[in-house]
Design a protein around this ligand. Structure first.
Ligand code: NI
Length: 227
């Protein structure tokens, strides 16, 4: 399931984020790439040891924790500390699959990457190219979102970033280990959760169906989740 999550960052958070991005140091993005992806990756990243990296990551994580659509669609168990990248003209990231297991830098902790997330931070009118292109079951999806919006998609997907031909594309990207490892099960739970919310709004007060369906939701989650 590929899902667009609008307005993860509001205007105030976005302004704060841009101020930090403007003064952050940038290094070659290959520092966090695996062996295969290092050969096709050409962009810039903020070093994980920098103060700006930490401050930016806290803004993103706090915003995600408050986002019901993110929580419902991803069912996060562990979130990799967000990374930040920039593509200037000529930069690109060729087709690759993200590493399945990632060590959280500077810690003994590892996460399994079930879901990939890209949070767009540049106004799409300010750069040409730079679409995130994800191959899923039904073909290619080209994703280029307003600043502050995010996309989540299964980390099993082959994906790439089209070359930027003018302007700069800044984004945050990171991975999530979900409580529900299987993308199909996660998508079913998400659909059920959304349907329950609609039923709760549309059915007369006191109707038993939302409560019964909520019981089904939690009993499926109990079968499928690791916590
Ligand atoms: Ni990737």
């Amino acid at each position: 399931m590929l899902l667009h999550i609008a307005e993860v960052l509001d205007a105030a958070r976005l302004a704060e984020t841009r101020a930090l991005l403007a003064r952050a140091p940038w290094v070659d993005g290959r520092v966090t790439a695996g062996h295969q992806s290092a050969q096709v990756k050409d962009n810039l990243q903020i070093p994980e040891a920098s103060a700006e990296h930490r401050a930016l990551g806290e803004i993103v994580l706090a915003a995600l924790e408050r986002n019901p659509l993110f929580i419902s669609s991803v069912l996060p168990l562990r979130v990799f500390p967000p990374l930040f990248n920039r593509y200037d003209p000529g930069m690109t990231f060729g087709a690759h699959v993200d590493n399945a297991i990632r060590q959280i830098t500077g810690t003994p902790h590892r996460i399994r990457t079930d879901v990939s997330c890209t949070l767009f931070l540049s106004d799409p009118a300010g750069y040409e190219g730079g679409e995130l292109i994800v191959e899923d079951t039904y073909g290619e999806k080209r994703v280029k979102l307003p600043a502050g919006d995010a996309v989540v998609y299964p980390a099993t997907s082959l994906h790439r970033v089209a070359p930027v031909t003018s302007g700069s594309r800044l984004a945050s990207f990171f991975w999530i280990q979900s409580m529900v490892r299987d993308d199909g099960q996660r998508a079913l739970l998400f659909d059920l959760d959304m349907a329950i919310n609609r039923a709760r709004g549309d059915l007369p007060a006191g109707h038993s169906a939302p409560t019964e369906l909520t019981a089904v939701y939690h009993n499926l989650l109990r079968r499928w989740a690791d916590a």
